[in-house]
Write a protein that binds this ligand. Structure first.
Ligand code: B12
Ligand code: SF4
Ligand code: SF4
Length: 368
């Protein structure tokens, strides 16, 4: 039977429409062309050790910069975005039965982490989309889905796909939806036209650079991950470096400061499309992780921790990592009622936890 190929721009629109129908908020198409100088800057970033203990970032760098080195069939990337900071997300809440103080000292959890793990939520529909391409195109289509699950520069691809621009805080910002946006990528063997790039709208703003509590930006667009709280509280396994502890404040998992101060989030948040709620409901932070009481976190045993973190990205730090972070946060809380719990951890057999607890106790004494 004779094939009636669909015109590429029509096909591109259909592929993107399918992505929206599956629950994503944004979809754009990038051509896998020559890497940009910004992509090449990854070499310098790695050479300066900005990735810290994330050794996997220093491997397969060439593939990361140009996925065609691994998949020579790949021609284009469908990039999808899913908003994770919703107006409906609970803004208060406690995970505590730890006493009747009017406002128990609480930790802060990055918005991305308190709901169901976004990797799991996004990968399945993205793969389903890959499987649905054959009937659209009229031939078998090679594709490969990623959600932070392989060597790709997802922000760079999103910028190439016209989803938004890369801000000075290194986040991808959609002009309508802001930067609280998870990204996913489907590499495809289809020759499709790219979406036009979004111009940079940072202008003269530098709010993110000034607000970072640990001074983690080496320059605009260049993050020293080893100073970023998202790295120290999630990726780092050992002791949190002493000079970064005070800046951690009460963050216990990740950090949102450089996004909270961004005018593109404060102004644009409410433009989230209300009609595509299926995926978003799953990633919406659970109430107990919106402002988890520090006393609750410090008292969590392994079983309670496993229950409370089930299917969330919080599992990444293991209980030990979250405990270490909560100890530092307790030291920064200025609340002496936490001292007895800290004293209990100060005798822990784990040297990292014991040291963090002693540091926290000393800080509370110094700065009650
Ligand atoms: C490693 C990693 C981290 C590291 C390092 C972050 C970083 N900025 O590099 C740590 C643990 C610190 C981290 C933190 C966070 N992360 Co992260 N992370 C990643 C991961 C796995 C790789 C990123 C990477 O390659 N970094 C290396 C640097 C060099 O690359 P890059 O940041 O993409 O940099 C590009 C641009 O800056 C560009 N560039 C653009 N303009 C200019 C100008 C100049 C002058 C230069 C030099 C470069 C340059 O050059 C680079 C190459 O293209 C991606 C997933 C993926 N596979 O892409 C998620 C990802 C970037 N993370 C994500 C999120 C949500 C976060 C956090 C918000 C989580 C949190 N709340 O705690 C924070 C944000 C911190 C921040 N300001 O970036 C999302 C970002 C979504 C978005 N809208 O941007 C991603 C895409 C995951 C996903 N699938 O949704 N992350
Ligand atoms: S996530 Fe927090 S610590 Fe990391 S760069 Fe942004 S403001 Fe700084
Ligand atoms: S805070 Fe300002 S400089 Fe930073 S990313 Fe947002 S608009 Fe750009």
């Amino acid at each position: 039977m004779e094939e009636h190929p669909v015109e590429p721009s029509t096909l591109a629109e259909r592929v993107k429409a399918l992505a929206l129908a599956l629950g994503f908020d944004r979809a754009g198409i990038a051509r896998l062309g020559e890497p940009t100088p910004e992509d090449e800057s990854l070499h310098a970033w790695i050479a300066r050790g900005r990735h810290g203990e994330m050794g996997w970032l220093a491997r397969r760098v060439e593939e990361r910069i140009d996925p065609r080195r691994r998949f020579d069939w790949a021609r284009t990337a469908l990039v999808v975005g899913l908003v994770y900071d919703t107006p409906s997300a609970p803004r208060t809440g406690a995970g505590s039965d730890a006493g009747s103080a009017p406002v128990p000292p609480a930790g802060r959890v990055a918005r991305m982490a308190g709901g169901e793990d976004y990797h799991d939520v996004m990968l399945r529909p993205l793969r389903a989309l890959g499987d649905a391409l054959e009937p659209l195109v009229g031939r078998p289509v090679q594709s490969r889905a990623y959600v932070d699950t392989g060597p790709l520069l997802e922000r760079s691809l999103a910028a190439r796909a016209g989803i938004g621009w890369i801000g000075r805080n290194t986040c991808l910002i959609d002009p309508q939806l802001g930067s609280y946006l998870f990204l996913g990528v489907l590499l495809m063997d289809l020759e499709l036209p790219a979406d036009p790039p979004e111009p940079d709208h940072c202008g003269s703003c530098r709010a993110c650079l000034d607000a970072c509590p640990t001074d983690a930006f080496a320059a605009p667009h260049v993050l020293d991950a080893t100073r970023c709280l998202s790295y120290t509280t999630i990726e780092l396994r050992g002791d949190i470096p002493e000079p970064l502890r005070a800046g951690q404040g009460t963050w216990v998992f990740g950090c949102d400061v450089c996004q909270e101060v961004c005018p593109w989030n404060t102004r644009r948040r409410r433009q989230v499309p209300p009609d595509r709620a299926a995926l978003r409901e799953r990633i919406t932070p659970r109430a107990e992780w919106v402002r988890p009481a520090l006393a609750w976190l410090l008292a969590l045993d392994e079983e309670a921790w496993r229950g409370a973190t089930r299917r969330t990205a919080l599992r990444r730090t293991k209980r030990r990592g979250l405990l270490r972070n909560a100890l530092i946060a307790a030291g920064n809380s200025g609340d002496p009622s936490l001292a007895p719990l800290l004293a209990r951890h100060a005798t822990s057999e784990d040297p990292t936890l014991a040291e963090a607890a002693r540091w926290a106790l000393a800080r509370l004494e110094r700065d009650p």
